[in-house]
Design a binder for this molecule. Structure first.
Ligand code: SAH
Length: 365
């Protein structure tokens, strides 16, 4: 079927098949790409509006018990200087986020499952909630935990959780992780988060070595199947000090362009299929091209996560090479991003939590 026909079917409300998603993800023609992005924007305007929500992201620690082959802060990377912010620092950055009128913050770190860490996060979340009178949305992105831990953090005041599935293809998952990292555990964590009443977000990396368009189409169908509220996904970018980065050389300009286009296509197709969810334009898009995140908004994303981490810590939280904004401070990021968003004809949802409309619909909240 022609691309035009598939997009027309989508606009009329048809459910696209896996084969049709593969065709959309395989587009290379410039006009067809634009038609895909326009169709995604049509759904974005209709379901979530032309508003970009900011989530200030606090990267509070790079200590990690995991050893993912792609990630720059993996346990076995001895070249990273490890850091852990203390409670006051995390709370201070969350309050900065609130004062900057971002509706929400995201607390992210490498993975730790020890009680000391769990209790620390619990206290931090409680303090942020109290100090902002519950106005600031608190999202956590702290990896795999027990249901009990998710429950404690939720009770303390967190309302959303991001845990990427990375890829839903079991063979590919096994290739990019050590044997003791399990796709099933990850799925179970997403189910536990759902049972614990979080707004749940997940996503994948695109452009992994050996990944096919069928894999990516299945990833999108998985997001639909588990009825996700939020999606954060981004292109895989090699990190030189990781097992995968040693095999994949740094991207050439042409490869960067291709990786960016694939990232944008995934955002667009996800918007077309899932419609009323929140979709983040990942920072990794900007590592490929300076305006990558705004392009993400043009293709259907509606959330941006400006970095609010203390500038000194930023170079130590390099998940991939050439991570942008590591030499800027938080105020610079606010000004620079807001201007660029106005430039594409959208407004920033300052002081709004910007909950996922899908979540509100399914819970009646
Ligand atoms: N430890 C937490 C969150 C930190 S990592 C967790 O496991 O959920 C956040 C995300 O960064 C990961 O889920 C992964 O998708 C992404 N990431 C890691 N290395 C990357 C790389 N080399 N290129 C692109 N994205 C990467």
């Amino acid at each position: 079927m022609s691309i035009d026909k598939i997009l027309e079917r989508a606009r009329q409300g048809a459910e696209l098949s896996a084969g049709e998603l593969v065709e959309l993800l395989s587009i290379t023609d410039k006009d067809e790409l634009q038609a895909l992005y326009d169709c995604a924007y049509f759904f974005k305007e209709q379901y979530v509006g032309k508003i970009a929500y900011f989530r200030g992201i606090i990267e509070c620690s790079n200590l990690c018990i995991k050893d993912c082959y792609y990630c720059g802060i993996r346990r076995s990377n001895t070249k990273v200087e490890r850091f852990q912010m203390d409670e006051d620092e995390i709370v201070r950055e969350a309050l900065w986020t609130h004062e900057a009128e971002y509706g929400s913050c995201v607390i992210q770190s490498g993975e730790r499952q020890d009680e000391q860490y769990i209790a620390m996060i619990e206290r931090v979340v409680g303090r942020i909630k109290e100090a902002t009178k519950g106005e600031l949305g608190i999202t956590l992105s702290l990896g795999e935990q027990t249901e009990e831990t998710y429950r404690r953090w939720k009770k303390a005041g967190a309302s959303r959780y991001l845990l990427r599935i990375e890829t839903t293809n079991p063979e590919l998952y096994a290739k990019i992780h050590p044997a003791d990292h399990s796709l099933d555990v990850r799925k179970e964590c997403l189910a536990a988060l759902r049972r614990t009443d979080y707004q749940v977000g997940t996503g994948v990396m695109m452009g992994l070595p050996g990944q096919t368009m069928e894999d990516l189409a299945n990833d999108i169908l998985f997001l639909k199947q588990i009825d996700i509220d939020m999606v954060g996904m981004g292109p895989y970018i090699p990190h030189g000090d990781t097992p995968m980065g040693q095999v994949v050389p740094p991207y050439t300009d042409e490869q960067k362009k291709q990786a960016l286009t694939l990232g944008l296509k995934m955002i667009a197709v996800t918007r077309i299929v899932l419609k009323d969810i929140n979709i983040a334009a990942a920072t990794a898009l900007q590592a490929l091209e300076y305006t990558g995140r705004e392009q993400g908004l043009r293709c259907g994303a509606n959330v941006i996560m400006p970095n609010v981490t203390e500038t000194d810590y930023r170079p130590k939280y390099q998940l991939y090479d050439n991570k942008p904004c590591t030499d800027e401070n938080s105020s610079m990021c606010r000004g620079c991003l807001s201007g660029r968003i106005k430039g594409i004809g959208e407004t920033v949802g300052f002081n709004e939590r910007g909950d996922s409309p899908h979540f509100r619909k399914r819970t009646g909240e």
